[in-house]
Write a new protein. Structure first.
Length: 144
């Protein structure tokens, strides 16, 4: 009876949060697993991380705690430090790092080497781009 109630509470916690989330902890563990440089070492570590329930615990923590926090606050505390980099065919690039407060630090570099640094902040349905002085240089309203 107690196990059934516990299972029902866990299922309800997942269903009632209504969020998909970024699964930051699981993705960090999975990304770390790919750093060994050898496909056989990566595979062996992957199997080991499933046998010793590292992957399972990271998924459970993400699903029950961190993704719920992300749903309600708009920012996953475990996703800070995540980065993104993209370069186009002309040689322009953009690099972004997620900050602890949920904002993004973005650096845009043209093919000529000129750089622009911005901070992107989101409030409800508005995204603002701030320059180095904290001045709003662009604003975009997200339709819901």
């Amino acid at each position: 009876m107690k196990k059934g109630i516990l299972a029902l509470l866990c299922a309800g916690a997942i269903a009632l949060t209504g969020c998909y989330g970024s699964y930051a902890v699981f993705n960090k563990v999975h990304k770390w697993n790919g750093t060994f440089g050898n496909k056989w070492a990566n595979f062996c570590m992957h199997v080991l991380l499933w046998i010793v329930p590292v992957y399972e615990l990271s998924l459970l923590g993400d699903a029950l705690l961190f993704n719920s926090i992300e749903f309600w606050t708009g920012s996953n505390p475990m996703a800070s430090g995540d980065s993104y980099f993209e370069k186009d065919a002309q040689g322009n690039s953009v690099a972004a790092v997620k900050n602890e407060d949920g904002s993004l630090s973005v650096q845009y570099t043209t093919s000529k080497g000129e750089t622009t640094n911005l901070t992107l902040q989101r409030d409800e349905n508005v995204v603002r781009a701030l320059d180095a002085n904290g001045e709003v240089v662009a604003q975009y309203e997200i339709e819901k």
